[in-house]
Ligand binder design. Structure first.
Ligand SMILES: [Zn+2]
Ligand SMILES: [Zn+2]
Length: 262
């Protein structure tokens, strides 16, 4: 008889046990606003597995063609996770992009999430928020700093599901650097204001849909995103200093680049 997908997981030496075939632990449970890939990473860690190994074991349910679980997964996959953990399926549905306002407003996901090392340093259970993967969100309002884009040590973008070895989500998948130690650049007040406008629009997503002004809202969000990008490069009218927390800083932009209008 063909084994259930959960019967076979490649594992490393156990620290806290591993998922059993019939039932898994309910912890760590998904957190509010968390990315599915973030939860998968944290769940693999709690069960002494590398994220890639965990995902491989789930392939028969997930399907071969899903390369990025954050973009879309089959409903049967979420139902499987709910059944195994005993958690309501709604907890897993909320990990999908469609559950969030920016999806209805047409905003896009970045190929890799940005991250805030300050949030991770302050949290007992660091996780990756949906907002860190969406184009109009570039600043952590909690810490008033720009989100980091890459590992300061090796320049690799954040990867949550790469690697067969067990690792925390705040460890760089490429070089194992502790990304909680990355330096986040403080954002100018005008940039924080711009980011606040983005949040205000996202908070009104339902009303925007009711009014049928999604296209207009999308245009404003895109302009705000472009404005924030420009602010990330230009500080006080001068190119930003190269910043050790982000080796790509500033992104390439010719002198005479646009000044901010919002
Ligand atoms: Zn933060
Ligand atoms: Zn690295």
């Amino acid at each position: 008889m063909r084994p259930e997908p959960a019967d076979r997981f490649p594992v490393e030496p156990l620290e806290r046990g591993r998922p059993e075939a019939d039932r898994w632990a309910a912890e760590p449970a998904p957190l509010d606003g968390e990315l599915l890939s973030s939860w998968l990473n944290r769940y693999a860690w709690a069960n002494a597995m590398g994220p890639d190994a965990f995902l491989r074991g789930l392939r028969p349910v997930l399907g071969r063609n899903v390369t990025d679980p954050d973009s879309a997964v089959p409903a049967r996959f979420l139902e499987f996770l709910a059944r195994q953990t005993g958690l309501p399926v709604a907890r897993f549905t909320l990990l999908q992009s469609g559950a969030h306002a920016w999806a209805s407003l047409g905003m896009e996901m970045r190929p890799a999430p940005y991250f805030c090392p300050g949030c991770w340093r302050a949290e007992p259970a660091p996780y990756v928020r949906w907002g860190w993967r969406m184009t109009p969100l570039q600043i952590c309002s909690e810490h008033g700093s720009w989100l980091c884009r890459r590992c300061p040590n090796c320049r690799a973008p954040l990867s949550l599901l790469q690697g067969v070895s067990r690792r925390h989500l705040w460890e760089c998948a490429a070089c194992r650097h502790d990304l909680r130690r990355a330096k986040a650049l403080p954002a100018l007040p005008v940039a924080i204001l711009g980011q606040g406008l983005v949040h205000d629009i996202l908070d009104q997503a339902d009303a925007i849909a009711r009014e049928g002004i999604g296209k207009e809202a999308f245009r404003v969000l895109s302009d705000l995103d472009a404005g924030l990008n420009a602010l990330a490069v230009w500080r006080g009218g001068r190119p930003a200093r190269r910043w050790s927390g982000d080796p790509d800083w500033p992104p390439s932009m010719a002198p005479g680049a646009p000044s901010m209008t919002f």
